[in-house]
Design a protein around this ligand. Structure first.
Ligand SMILES: NC(=O)c1ccc[n+]([C@@H]2O[C@H](COP(=O)([O-])OP(=O)(O)OC[C@H]3O[C@@H](n4cnc5c(N)ncnc54)[C@H](OP(=O)(O)O)[C@@H]3O)[C@@H](O)[C@H]2O)c1
Length: 141
């Protein structure tokens, strides 16, 4: 099962000026917990932005252009993809599930998560104050 995990705002925004313009410590803690001990694929920029929030015991793999995604995901069938914009765009076609923290507000972002509503169905929702933890699964035909 390949999973993408992201926090997105009301317009699917991921970041502005290369930082996340919201402060949601509970969401960061949850993300670290979900990624603990997992194989995690990220872009170099995202890896650098994790800083002290690096999940414990996760094995990180850095995505690069020209990468053989089918081979990577075959070797790491339970991998999580943790961003950023370019890496989500390149990998959403391989995703079985999306773990999205959907924030109600628009933060005028300049980086975006790809469109997902057409191909994925909402299967789980956990409302919080101003945001929702949502899980989507790819539609099966
Ligand atoms: N809201 C969230 O949940 C969330 C999560 C993660 C990150 N972010 C934000 O996203 C931003 C970073 O995103 P970004 O798009 O600038 O950078 P990124 O996706 O983290 O990394 C960019 C790198 O990915 C590689 N790449 C580009 N296209 C690719 C492709 N088609 N296949 C495989 N690898 C590819 C490139 O490496 P090479 O140059 O080596 O080819 C590129 O340098 C940061 O501001 C961060 O805060 C937000």
């Amino acid at each position: 099962m390949i999973r993408l995990i992201a926090a997105i705002d009301a317009r699917r925004g991921l970041a502005r000026d290369d930082t996340m313009p919201w402060h949601l410590p509970e969401d960061v803690a949850r993300m670290r917990q979900l990624l603990e001990g997992k194989d995690v694929l990220v872009g170099q920029k995202t890896l650098e932005s994790f800083g002290k929030h690096l999940p414990v015991g996760a094995t990180f793999f850095t995505a690069h252009r020209g990468m053989d995604f089918p081979a990577f995901f075959a070797e790491h069938p339970d991998a999580w993809v943790a961003g950023g914009e370019q890496v989500y765009a390149a990998t959403i076609a391989y995703a079985d599930e999306l773990y999205l923290t959907e924030i109600a507000q628009d933060y005028n972002c300049d980086k975006f998560f790809p469109e997902y509503q057409q191909d994925f169905a909402l299967v789980q929702q956990e409302p919080r104050d101003g945001y929702t933890y949502s899980v989507y699964q790819r539609h099966t035909l």
